[in-house]
Design a protein around this ligand. Structure first.
Ligand code: PLP
Length: 360
């Protein structure tokens, strides 16, 4: 079976983890601080704060910015539900805005009509590794005095108009879950240029303590461990290489698949897409899934329904006239694109795609 994702863990990560385990300092400590410094430098922000996951990075960013009960936060419904769940955690209301079908990211042209006097922030998601169209989003945010938090969980190293994602918003959140472009097992990171925000997030991730047993606000235990950071430090060194292989794999797939009756991924604008997912759109998707799986190719559907159609959200009354998100959720299909693929794997994916397209 060719898997849809595969973490790439080398001897460097393994040896560093052994060093940390032998050191006796295995919870948050010097490795986390080192990882934060290196990550901030890589992304190009002044600060980076490590957390226990991408979800807690989003939760802490919203808390630190001061998003509250009764506030509204605009986001995309075509994302993993962690994006909108984090808005609910702080008591605020997610407001869903439809996507651009070329990039699967929030459509900036539709944001303004969703703004009310309760709107406090926008969370664009750089889905599949393709940067969201940040310029118009930042313009709207400026005009209406809204905060911007980038959900960069799927886009480590992606570039929009010359700058890395993670540098645009008041804060940006990354995930290091094993399927992501780099991993720490579980883990997350907030990047920001705002010193006060970074300091507040550090306090909030550690029970609201400014120093040991001196608590000034309600906080959480959302810390990263030194074991995770040890993995992250070495993964980060390999990120650009991993991304180049993803891009090369994506190019190969597009070259060979674009003549079939499918829609291959687009790169829109001056962007570097880092292909967290290589996502095509196909008619009769169920048949394609069966066809790939029968031939030993593991494919993914990200996501089979927009967030507001999840039972939990539906029951709360969430709705959206999001025709593009609905269309995408019925047609998207992600093929393996990760750096562990061999040339044989890529050839097999192409051949099976051609065979499947004849059968369907
Ligand atoms: C778009 C998006 N946002 C947030 C998250 C949450 O990250 P984590 O799984 O590290 O909590 C994910 C990860 O799956 C994601 O894909």
């Amino acid at each position: 079976m060719i898997p849809i994702s595969k973490p790439m863990i080398g001897d460097e990560e393994i040896n560093e983890v052994i060093n940390v385990l032998k050191s006796g300092q295995i919870a948050q400590g010097p490795m986390v601080e080192k990882f934060e410094k290196k990550f901030a430098k890589y992304v190009g922000t002044k600060y980076a704060v490590a957390t226990s996951s991408g979800t807690t990075a989003l939760h802490l960013s919203l808390l630190a910015i001061g998003i509250n009960k009764g506030d509204e936060v605009i986001t995309t419904p075509f994302t993993f539900s962690a994006t909108s769940n984090s808005i609910l955690y702080v008591g605020a209301k997610p407001v869903f805005v439809d996507i651009d079908l070329r990039t699967y990211n929030i459509d900036p042209n539709k944001i303004e009509e969703a703004i009310t006097d309760k709107t406090k922030a926008i969370i664009p998601v750089h889905l599949y590794g393709h940067p969201a169209d940040m310029d118009p989003i930042l313009e709207i945010a400026e005009e209406y005095s809204l905060y911007v938090i980038e959900d960069a969980a799927q886009a480590h190293g992606a570039i929009y108009k010359g700058s890395k994602v993670g540098t645009f918003g008041d804060a940006a959140c990354f995930s290091f879950y094993p399927t992501k472009n780099i991993t720490t097992g579980e883990g997350g990171m907030v990047t920001t240029n705002n010193k006060k925000l970074a300091e507040k997030i550090k306090i909030l991730r550690n029970h609201g303590e400014v120093e040991r047993y001196n608590q000034i606000m309600l906080g959480y235990n959302f810390r990263m461990t030194d074991v995770e950071a040890a993995i992250g430090i070495h993964q980060l060194k390999k990120l650009d290489k991993f991304n180049e292989i993803r891009i090369k794999n994506a190019k190969y797939l597009t070259e060979h698949l674009e003549k079939l009756d499918i829609i291959t991924p687009e790169e829109v604008g001056n962007v570097k897409h880092v292909y967290h997912q290589y996502t095509i759109r196909v008619p009769k998707r169920d048949r394609w899934v069966k066809c790939f799986e029968k031939e030993g190719i593991n494919v993914g559907i990200y996501y089979p329904r927009p967030v507001y159609k999840q039972e939990f959200y539906r029951k709360m009354g969430y709705k959206c006239k999001c025709v593009n998100a609905e269309k995408a959720s019925k047609e998207v299909l992600s093929l393996p694109v990760h750096p562990a693929l061999t040339e044989n794997d890529l050839d097999k994916i192409v051949e099976v795609s051609k065979d499947c397209s004849k059968l369907i």
